[in-house]
Design a protein around this ligand. Sequence first.
Ligand code: ADP
Ligand code: MG
Length: 242
Amino acid sequence: MAAIALRNVVKKYGKGKQELQVIHGVNAEIAKGEFIVIVGPSGCGKSTLLRMVAGLEEISGGEISIGDRVVNNVEPADRDIAMVFQNYALYPHMSVFENMAYGLKIRKVPVDEIKTRVDKAAKILELSHLLDRKPRQLSGGQRQRVAMGRAIVRQPQVFLFDEPLSNLDAKLRAQTRLEIQKLHRELGITSLFVTHDQVEAMTLAQRMLVMNAGNMEQFGTPEEVYHTPATTFVASFIGSPP
Ligand code: ADP
Ligand code: MG
């Protein structure tokens, strides 16, 4: 069984004359534990596709499954996913521990369980010595790791990342990329990672889903996409310098 299945997924924005179709029937099956990168130029529909998996955007046609459930009509909070955004706003008045615990607290997870999960995530992310600090006492990289910690403690079936690295400087971007790879090695959670950066996609992906203008142009390993591009778009997009 696929961890995530997209079946002829369509998205239209607007109504009547204003209607605009931005996703034209995407099909893909993602296996449990895979790290998938959705890559393509700005405006091609990456965020829209991801937001439909998250349930933040209604789907206009087709079907999305997570695990054995069709989730078209399932609320975001019930989809067993966690999303890491580009803007990782932490609560400034809360400590690192409280920031990581908050999502569990509002879901009424027992206090002991919260502590166990936060401690485990902090260990993986090398935040154990910083749990009492406030966000303003942290470096940019540490803050980014707290944001990831908030997603990890939820123990979701699926991680969704929407360009989480694009606001970071080059050094921090490289560092966070390694962090994400380490996380995936240790936890093996099925991940969808969106980026417009070909190099980032080639480095991170087990398989990459290349998009252009709302169409899936190719879905394959970085080697396949690089050596046997399915379309001229893929050849020029992947072959062109970043
Ligand atoms: P990407 O993430 O690849 O840059 P998006 O998914 O954000 O692309 O956008 C895909 C297309 O859908 C773009 O043409 C964009 O202008 C349009 N779009 C995105 N969100 C909305 C919206 N809420 N209403 C109308 N059009 C939208
Ligand atoms: Mg986007």
